[in-house]
Write a protein that binds this ligand. Sequence first.
Ligand code: TIU
Length: 229
Amino acid sequence: MTDVTPAAIGMVKAEPEPIMVDWRKTALVIIDMQRDFLEPGGFGETLGNDVSQLASAVGPISKVLAAARKSGMLVIHTREGHLPDLSDAPPAKVERGAPSLRIGDPGPMGRILIRGEAGHDIIPALYPVAGEVVIDKPGKGAFYATQLGDVLKQRGIENLLVCGVTTEVCVNTTVREANDRGYRCVVIADGCASYFPEFHDMGLKMIKAQGGIFGWVAGSAAVLEAINA
Ligand code: TIU
């Protein structure tokens, strides 16, 4: 008998090329699957968006989440939102555009994009379980003003499976932040969604272009196949 854990290397059929990942050094990062973005009456809808556009990501994410949980992979959920006193919400963000309700205004799911309110929480289908990490973030990127970097370092993580909403906003910003910090990001194409289908497509293309300038892109089926292999 030996106490050396066998290697847990898997190959994900990704673009622009397949990528080998050590699952022990990999985390699943689910970006902002909050009621505020996916349900009527939340932040996404106040910005004028058709929130039903995001529903397609839920099924693929729940399958990958189930496989990650079964395999013992580190699971991280993020939530975009602000403190009740708005002290972490820059006026430049709060005052932006002409939404029907602004950040902090009372809405049908509580105050828009405020921590602790119903709308800020993660949708029931993907709700975190004990042992999973929840990162609250004031910005679009999950590294800015959060403990995410420390969590990943502590756990020896080198690779991120990234999914969530929206493709071109919080997913792209987080992947760019992670890429600059040395993480290999594999973005789960059908586990992401945008209010704008063309931005979803382009957001994924931008990541995998130029030899994978920001990372890799793979479908949930390819990711599942690799995790379950
Ligand atoms: N989570 C995230 O992407 N925040 C956004 O504000 N996205 C929009 O597309 N508006």
